[in-house]
Design a protein around this ligand. Sequence first.
Ligand code: CUA
Length: 343
Amino acid sequence: MRMPRGTWRQVATLVGLSLLVSILSGCAISGAYAPMSSVAPASDHAREINTLYRLVFYLAVIVFIGTMIASLWFTLGFRDNGRRQARQFHGNARLEVLWTIIPVVIVIVMAVPTFDRIFAIAEPPPSDAIKIEVIGHQFWFEFRYPDLGITTANEVHVPAGRAASFTLRSDDVIHSFWVPQLFGKVDLVPGHENHVWFTPDAAREEAYLGQCYELCGLSHANMRFRMFVDDTAKFDAWAKNEAAPRSPSAVAAGEAVFLRQACIGCHTVQGTTAAGKVGPNLTHFGARTTMGAGIMPPTADNLAKWIRNSADFKPGSLMPAQATATLNDQDLQALVAYLQSLK
Ligand code: CUA
């Protein structure tokens, strides 16, 4: 069998391009370059998932290579050369049994460890696990620590090396909770409780990125959160601060504006009369590293624009716009300074 030179060149280009695509798509496999990758696991739970993923991946590689070799072999070996007439026949019992058995074996090899891990992951958490409630809202995450008296939003802290057990609920529509490096995706369903728990490996300065993974409305893509894995001392310090009322050094002028504006209808700042439950608890807003559910840094400029009209950043946001008629520029600046002072 002889192929013309051009055909070889085409085959080589095709194989080269396919290799390039598969190799380049694997470029980011860990750390800061792959913040949303489940193949860089950092907890027991995520490792279980990654082990299964690898099993399925390597099986798929074997099937892929086998199928490609067979396809190339038949394509090149049996192509029409104008001389041979293909032999006509019907059925081959041995082959048919073989290619029924092989996929069944592959499915069994994948299914047994998968079911085993599903049941293992569904085991109840250890009794010393830290309890955290997650409530999905359009479009932000509320986090409550019932045993520590903490209510916060969009940034959740867990101690390294200790199991963290999450109870998941939703206030409106179905959302989904996922930090790819730490645990598998679980839905937040209205009227139904879901659970997930895991033990993060080690403390890390940089937050793990999380995201809502269930289409939940206009700003589904803007519904993000951060999970910080702290060492025990850092976690305890964070928790102590979060459980306390707002900082006594909070800007007084801004607080006066906050308390006479519509803000208090939706937001809570512990230590003041603001006790709204519709929007995120802002008691320690100034200690967060992001705003708007993890979409941007809480700079004065971003905050001012957000208060004027949050829908500019986040379509579908329930926070009403504040025109100059209801909130003048001076008051807005005071409000921004106040929010930033809520450490
Ligand atoms: Cu919440 Cu998508």
